[in-house]
Every structure is written in C-alpha cells, then in structure tokens.
Write a protein of this length. Structure first.
Lengths: 132, 244
C-alpha cells in the first residue's frame, strides 16, 4: 500500500473541502491500490517522485470522472426530447427541493470550467522536476 | 516539495463551483448514470414496440421526470410537493403492465430494506402501494433488479458480493392479493444484472454468473456502444418475455 504523500493529502482535503468527498474517496482507493515502488532514491528526491506518481493518479481519476459525467449529461440531453421528456431533476430526499437538473447545459459548461481550473492546480505538481 | 496548504485551498476553490453545479459527482449519489441507463432502456423498449410512458407519483403522464437523490419509498398518490417519477411499460393490447422505478427501497425476506437502482415491478402492486396513506417501500414480486455502478476503473469484488446478498434477500418477493391468494415470484422470474461503467474482473463475473446474475462492464456513452447494445438487447428480451 502506497502512503499518500503530504501533497496528496492536500489534494484530497481540498476536494473534500470543496464539497467533493466522492472524488477524494475514489482517488484514495486508487492510491491505496498502487504497487509499492522500490526506493531507488532517498529523502526529498524519493518523496518528490512519489508525490508526482500519486498526483498523476489523482489527475487521472478526476479527469475520468468529470469527462464521464459530461458524456452522460450530453447523452441525456440528446435522448430526452425523443422520449418526450423536457426536464430531469434530481430532488432532495427530505424536502423535494431540486438538487440537480440533468438536462441543464450550463452544468456541462461548469464541468468544463472545473477541468480547466483543476489542470491549473495539479499541473505544477505534475511538472515539478524530480530532485536529485 | 513546494506543496503546501495553499494547494489544498486552491483545489477547494476549484471544486467549490463544481459542487454548486453538480452535486455529488464521483460519489454513489451521482444520478446521471442511473438516468442515462434508464432512458437507454426506455428507448430500446420503445424501439421494440412496447408502450413506455413517463408517469408522476399520481401515475399521470408527465414530461418532467424527477429522480430522488437517495433511496426512498413509492410515494402516496396524493403526496404534496415534488415526488419521484417512474415509467410504465406495457405490450400493446396486453393487460399486464409493469413499472420501471429508480432508487426505491425493497423489503427483503429479513424485513430489512435494500435500495435497487432500477427495478421492474408489476404495475398492480406498485399501484396498491401508492394507495397506502404514506406510500411505502416496495414489497412484492419483482421481475428485474439492476445494480448500477458508475466507477472510474475496476469494480471491487465486494460489490459483487453485496449484490449477491440482495438476490438472497429479494428473490422470492410475494404479494397478498385482495382475494386471499398469494402471488409469489420464483427465482427464474427475476433478472438480476450488474451494469457498470468500470471494468469487472473475472472472479466477480464468475461469482455472479454462478447464481445466474449477469454482468455488463464498461457500459458508457463514450465507449464502444457494443457493451451498451448487448445489455439493452438482453434486458429488452427479458422485458418482452415478462410482459407477454
């Protein structure tokens, strides 16, 4: 089991604080499934290498999940008119309030915008040179 | 390393808007996958000539389809406020109507309730439950139970184990008819399928297949439509059989 590095803890905590514990749970599961790499380097170089490896996993999970969500919503928007459906709302269990509108194209725009911002945050970690 | 609490704050800021726009993305509560599978089924059944209509909780035709964010009961027919919807499925000319429901709780043999992501149940039983003062969990024969998992990579074997437990609990649902007869379903009356966007390892497939439960992996809009077509063909065959 790979130990999440400090950087990954920051990424996971950031997702949770931003309100996406589901994504952080999936990333944590993927990191725990990573094979342990033999320590060829010591100290900060090894830590840096491990951080990049785990950040890459985090990036893969987030991009995969968000792109799949975009595909699903686009497919729903294309399919709904043929089925005579104008709105698909997810409602709150307790009070029936609308939590999500699956046919709202603005939410797809928001997903793309999120991906752009995410790349801006994770990019510097992925590109950081490995310390020798 | 330069990583610091600043990174945490930056990621939190990046995801904050996402949460407002798309609640629960990446969690089991994400509903887009359930809705997409449901609509794909409806489209496939209509292509085969079955009558499939969206219905609100009063069982009236609707163009605004609502899905509950979490598992819930079948609501009372006169319940106030927004309530979850379902699809009614019928072969033309046949009196034997069915209903497709999303995320309703089913009562198992133990008395415990279990969420079924998509279930196909007799219209007559669902109607009976809708007439109760507070509606209720579904209790009665069922014809299909779909477990849907929208995961990123490979599905854990514990998912298959949990689904097997649901089969054990739900496989012989019965319904007490008004005339004193009991309508009891047999195992062969019910189709159980695990449908997922993820890959599924052979041990999970073998485990489920031993109990005649089907597994459909990598069913997504973007991937090869072959997996989706295979699932829809099998499911539509089954619905045609049980509605005839």
């Amino acid at each position: 089991v790979a130990d999440p590095t400090r950087s990954l803890e920051y990424i996971l905590a950031g997702l949770s604080r931003g309100g996406q514990p589901g994504l952080s749970d999936q990333i944590r599961a993927e990191i725990e499934a990573l094979p342990v790499e033999p320590a060829r380097r010591r100290g900060s170089a090894a830590e840096n290498q491990e951080t990049r490896r785990q950040a890459s996993v985090a990036d893969d999970v987030v991009q995969s999940v968000v792109r799949k969500e975009i595909e699903l919503r686009q497919a729903l928007i294309e399919m709904a008119p043929d089925l005579g459906i104008r709105e698909v709302d997810v409602i709150d269990d307790a009070d029936g309030r609308t939590e999500d509108s699956l046919l709202d194209s603005k939410r797809i725009d928001a997903l793309w915008e999120f991906l752009d911002r995410w790349k801006g945050q994770i990019g510097p970690i992925l590109q950081e040179p490995i310390l020798k | 390393m330069k990583a610091s609490p600043k990174l945490e704050a930056a990621i939190a800021a990046a995801t904050k808007d996402l949460t407002l726009a798309v609640a629960n993305i990446g969690s089991e509560a994400g509903k887009a996958y359930e809705a997409w599978i449901l609509f794909s089924i409806v489209k496939a059944l209509r292509a085969r000539g079955l009558e499939v209509t969206a219905r609100d909780h009063s069982d009236e035709a609707t163009h605004e389809f609502r899905i509950k964010g979490g598992p819930g009961k079948i609501p009372n027919i006169n319940a106030k406020g927004p309530q979850p919807c379902h699809f009614r499925v019928r072969r033309p000319g046949s009196p034997r109507a069915m209903e497709l429901h999303v995320s309703i709780e089913h009562v198992g043999q133990s008395g415990q309730v279990h969420e079924v992501d998509i279930s196909l149940v007799p219209h007559v039983v669902a109607s009976f439950i809708r007439q109760r003062p507070n509606g209720g969990e579904y209790s009665g024969p069922r014809f299909a139970c779909l477990e849907l998992k929208n995961y990123a990579n490979i599905l854990d074997k514990n998912i298959a184990r949990a689904f097997l437990g649901i089969l054990l609990e739900l496989h012989d649902g019965s319904f007490h008819m008004g005339n004193g007869d009991v309508w009891k379903a047999a195992r062969d009356d019910v189709s159980y399928s695990l449908v997922t966007s993820a890959k599924v390892a052979d041990p999970s497939v073998d485990l489920l297949s031993h109990y005649r439960m089907s597994t459909f992996a990598e069913v997504t809009p973007g991937a090869s439509s072959l997996n989706l077509s295979l699932f829809l063909d099998r499911f539509s065959d089954w619905v045609e059989t049980v509605t005839s």
